[in-house]
Every structure is written in C-alpha cells, then in structure tokens.
Write a protein that binds this ligand. Structure first.
Ligand code: ZN
Ligand code: ZN
Length: 271
C-alpha cells in the first residue's frame, strides 16, 4: 500500500535535478494516494561555504529562493482542495557552518512548513567532501580517513553532531536519509559496523523530538539496494517511538513512490 504522505520531493529548482514541473509531481503523487506532500529542495548552502562537487550544483542558489517560496505559496493554494502541500527545504548540516546555517534558518524558517536536515558534506583533514556524490568521491574519502570503517564513523559522527546542533528555533524537524553513507556499501563493505553511533543518533533524535525521513532512494542505487535507513534501524526507531515520514527523494516524477515496496511496515507504522 502506498503511503499517504511524501515528505521529501525535489523540484525544478534543483540544479542537479530535472525540469519537470511541480504540477507533474503533484498530479502523480495525488493519483497514487498521497494526501500530504512536502517539496524539500536543497536549501542554498551556508554563506561562505564553497560547494565541492565538480559542477557546484548541490543546492539551489540563494537568488532562486524567493521565487521558490513564492511558487510554492501559489501552488499550495491552487491545489488546496486536492492535496496538502508543505513548503520545505532539505537543509545541509555542514560542520563549522552552524552559525551561518542558523542565520539562514532564522531568516527563511518562518516561511517553511516542514523541513529536513541532511548530511552530505563531511569534513576530513580540513577539507569537505560531498560523500554521496560518486563512488570515486567516496573512495577518496576512504583514502583520506584510512578505511571504509573510518569514513562511515565520520559520517555517523557528523550526523550525530547535526542532530545535537543548536540551529535555532527553525531547526528542521526531520533527519534526512540517516544512513546515506550506505549508498555505496556494496563496493565498500565495513569490517565493523558502527552500530554504537546509530544508537546514539536515535537516542538524540528522540531527545530532540525529531522525526526520521524513511527514504526510498537507496533502493534504486545499485550499490545500496535498501531504504535509508534499513529495517533493523527502523525497528530500533520504533522502540523509541520516533515518528517516521516516508520520503521518495524524487528528483523527477517517475521517482515518486520509489522504494515503497521495500519499506518495513508493521502495525505501529503509519506512513
Ligand atoms: Zn538532490
Ligand atoms: Zn539528500
């Protein structure tokens, strides 16, 4: 059965996404039974931070943000009888840019209904790597940190920092794809899985009253083939009664509902 809510959908404002219109996403989501949809475009990266991917296209630019917010305000009205649209952003947590991120959120947070906090950039040896950009990027992070295990620990440590970070009153309420570091796991198997950090993250998520993005995108990645996070972590999250929100992470309408059939569902899960 399809979820009723999709809390993680990208838009034509995504520079590494597609130009499909918001209407196309909405129509397809509604036809599949979605009643609440959050558009969560990659928020502009914090002031002073330089995107480290080749095309510098990880996130929307600040100059597009007004237009994005306005477009969502309008579309939300035109569809109000059919579907609830939330204005959101997927905000990057970048270690050492907490102040800038808080400032950004203080300015734009009042316009947001719902948002996601995600870690894509990791700081190792004073340099930031967009760890999920490609297997090659991940491989260089493995070299830099010494091993796949060390890279995974660095990722989860950074996620833990993000959950605990003081980003002000408009800090996003949901943790994005908490096991994104599994994206290339079939190529970079771990010797010892950092379950201790996963438990600490869940504990912190509970303490901060955050939700988890139950993200289907990993199922479509050939080196991952599981949702973010996988079943055992979902079961742990349920023990803590952490709310789960399905996220397709669609960057085109065809990716709506991705991973749905791979999600772990039991009587306590209402997506
Ligand atoms: Zn994206
Ligand atoms: Zn993301």
């Amino acid at each position: 059965m399809n979820p009723k809510r999709d809390g993680h959908v990208h838009t034509p404002f995504c520079p590494h996404g597609t130009s499909h219109s918001l209407e196309e996403y909405i129509e397809k989501a509604a036809a599949g039974g979605i009643t609440t949809l959050t558009f969560a475009e990659h928020a502009p990266l914090p002031e002073g931070f330089t995107d480290t991917v080749p095309d510098k296209d990880s996130a929307m630019s600040l100059s597009d943000l007004e237009a994005y917010l306005m477009k969502l305000e309008n579309i939300k009205k035109s569809y109000k009888n059919d579907i609830t649209i939330f204005t959101g952003l997927e905000v990057d947590y970048i270690e050492r840019y907490e102040k800038e991120t808080e400032q950004f959120l203080t300015t734009y947070g009042p316009h947001l209904d719902d948002s996601i906090l995600s870690t894509h950039f990791l700081l190792a040896d004073g340099e930031y790597t967009c760890m999920d950009y490609s297997p090659e990027f991940f491989s260089s992070l493995v070299t830099q940190t010494g091993s796949a295990d060390a890279a995974a620990r660095l990722y989860f440590e950074t996620v833990l920092l993000s959950v605990k970070a003081d980003l002000g009153p408009f800090k996003p309420g949901r943790l994005g794809h908490m096991t994104l570091v599994h994206k290339f796991q079939r190529k970079f198997p771990l010797k010892q899985y950092p379950a201790d950090l996963v438990h600490q993250i869940l504990y912190a998520v509970k303490e901060q009253h955050m939700e988890l993005d139950y993200n289907g995108a990993g199922t479509a990645k050939p080196l991952c083939r599981e949702p973010y996070p996988p079943e055992w972590i979902i079961k742990e999250a349920l023990k803590h009664q952490i709310p789960l929100v399905y996220g397709s992470d669609a960057h085109q309408p065809a990716e709506l509902f991705q991973g749905v059939t791979d999600l772990y569902i039991d009587k306590n899960i209402h997506l």
